[in-house]
Ligand binder design. Structure first.
Ligand SMILES: [Zn+2]
Length: 528
């Protein structure tokens, strides 16, 4: 039986257009999901929308539409964006759906019955923009929000509370006993330090607005947005319903991964596991919290007039360029920076020059020297042959390690080292010199065979990362589909090759000055 793999993005809050930061999470999950599918896993990829909360209610009122109309509109926009980015999700959950609300209601009532949730009184400073409460000591000057700087409001109301303190020790022990539960290490340390300060019970309901899931036994209360939102990871699988086969298969399966941005780490690393412990649902997931995409001069933010949207970049430069940039430029445990200069440089240097040109040169030589007919060759003619094959094998090994740990940026760096090495192999072996010598045809053929094999394997490794370019590489090289699979990831499996096509550049080389200006313009107008 196939191993199962279940991966989730956070559900995005319905408050406007998604920028490249949110798109990063979705593209990363898509890449990892495609990688697992390539490796033969039975995969399931969940994304969706968080559609409740006061902010939705307020924005809808401002626009003179119902909250449902607002979230319908935003959900269809978001789906459109994922289609443009070729995101292959299996399910798109919306918290306004019946299937979700039903589960949230049951979860809340169960916690209440068990006395893991109790009724008390809440007093705190609420930031509507962040949907978060703060104590007075957490606020900035003038009672403003420590996260976004906007004004907060003092709220005093009856509220239900989740007993976080009760599970504090159990959670700490779990984190200690499961070193991969929260990654990267730096984020885990943050979480542990936070828990060790002592957890205060969490307010989990509101009476001050309507737009949410009503508490069944006390409908004056709406379930607090985070309890509502976090439940999506199991409600989407049919947890606690008549048909929970997906839940049994994927949640209780082999691997479950939640990917989130570092800003919502605490909700996923503390509140969510405690909810699951209280519900007696196994903590079968691993959590990866990534950094942010920043602008050169700080955080990406719409209110500060600095934000990059993915759609115009895809329309102008293609999907693979965006995927490549996003996946490469955000390091595993740090932040990444978006600049127009880097965006164009990655396309020109990495994609067009290094990668595209390697394919182009190889096909051109195969056509020119052998009319496209290249035979299998296993004999080493040059010292460089072994060096190349060794690096191919090393790259495959590192790729598996990196991708299994969601270190896609590192996997890409290693693939590009191999691309550089393969380019260098051409310069070292000088096929154009051998071509002039009738007695060196075997050597010349073996060079082309090695180049094509290296490119074929690079194509397989790039399959989850560059969607169109990997297909186009196989297409231009005429690689049969069985040799595009993970099982064929060994140097020398290709028997012979007939290249019939003329090479077509995978990525166009761009005019640096013109295109940098174009993106800069986009930033200026899109941000306003
Ligand atoms: Zn705020």
């Amino acid at each position: 039986m196939k191993k199962t793999f279940y991966i989730t993005t956070p559900i995005y809050y319905s408050s406007g257009k998604l920028h490249i930061g949110n798109s990063y999470t979705t593209v990363l999950c898509d890449t990892i999901n495609r990688y697992k599918a390539l490796r033969g896993y039975d995969t399931r990829y969940l994304t969706g929308m968080d559609e409740h909360g006061q902010k939705v209610e307020t924005v809808a009122m401002e626009q003179n539409i119902t909250p449902q109309e607002l979230v319908d509109y935003l959900a269809s926009n978001t789906k459109g964006l994922w289609e443009l980015l070729d995101i292959k999700y299996d399910d798109f959950i919306r918290t306004t759906e019946k299937r979700h609300k039903k589960v949230v209601k049951k979860i809340f009532e169960q916690l209440l019955e068990q006395d893991d949730v109790y009724l008390g009184e809440y007093e705190g400073y609420y930031c509507m923009s962040c949907e978060a409460f703060f104590t007075e000591t957490q606020l900035n000057d003038g009672h403003t929000c420590p996260d976004c700087g906007k004004k907060t409001k003092l709220v005093k109301e009856e509220s239900y509370f989740l007993r976080l303190s009760k599970y504090e020790d159990r959670l700490l022990k779990y984190i200690e006993g499961n070193p991969n539960f929260i990654t990267p290490e730096s984020r885990k340390n943050e979480v542990v330090a936070f828990i060790k300060q002592g957890l205060r019970d969490l307010s989990v309901s509101r009476t001050s607005f309507d737009w949410g899931v009503k508490v069944v036994s006390n409908p004056a209360h709406v379930v607090y947005v985070w309890i509502d939102a976090l439940s999506n990871y199991i409600s989407a699988l049919g947890y606690n319903t008549d048909d929970d086969s997906l839940y049994q298969k994927y949640w209780n399966g082999d691997e479950v991964v939640h990917v989130v941005g570092k800003d919502i780490l605490r909700f996923h690393a503390i509140y969510w596991p405690i909810m699951l412990m209280a519900l007696d649902v196994p903590l079968n997931f691993n959590l990866y919290a990534h950094g942010w995409y920043m602008m050169k001069d700080g955080k990406m933010s719409k209110s500060k007039g600095k934000v990059v949207y993915p759609a115009p970049l895809v329309k102008k430069y293609g999907l693979d360029s965006l995927r490549y940039f996003l996946l490469k430029e955000l390091p595993y445990s740090g932040d990444g920076i978006f600049t127009p200069e880097d965006y164009i440089a990655r396309i020109n240097f990495d994609l067009a020059n290094d990668f595209g040109n390697l394919l182009n040169r190889t096909i051109s030589m195969a056509n020119k020297y052998f009319d496209g007919n290249v035979k299998k060759s296993t004999k080493d003619y040059f010292e460089f042959d072994k060096q190349l094959v060794n690096l191919v094998n090393e790259t495959i090994t590192k790729y598996k390690e990196d991708m299994d740990q969601l270190k896609v940026s590192s996997a890409i760096l290693n693939i590009w080292k191999l691309i550089s090495r393969t380019n260098k192999y051409i310069d070292e072996t000088c096929p154009w010199v051998l071509a002039k010598d009738e007695t060196k045809q075997e050597e010349l053929n073996s060079i082309l065979y090695n180049l094509i094999e290296s490119l074929r394997l690079i194509g397989i490794l790039l399959t989850p990362i560059l969607i169109d370019a990997s297909k186009e590489l196989f297409n231009q090289l005429n690689i049969p589909s069985n040799l595009q699979s993970w099982d064929s990831l060994d140097f020398g499996q290709l028997d012979k090759l007939v290249v019939t096509k003329k090479p077509v550049p995978l990525f166009p080389r761009l005019d640096k000055k013109i295109e940098e200006e174009y993106i800069q313009n986009l930033l200026n107008t899109e941000s306003n």
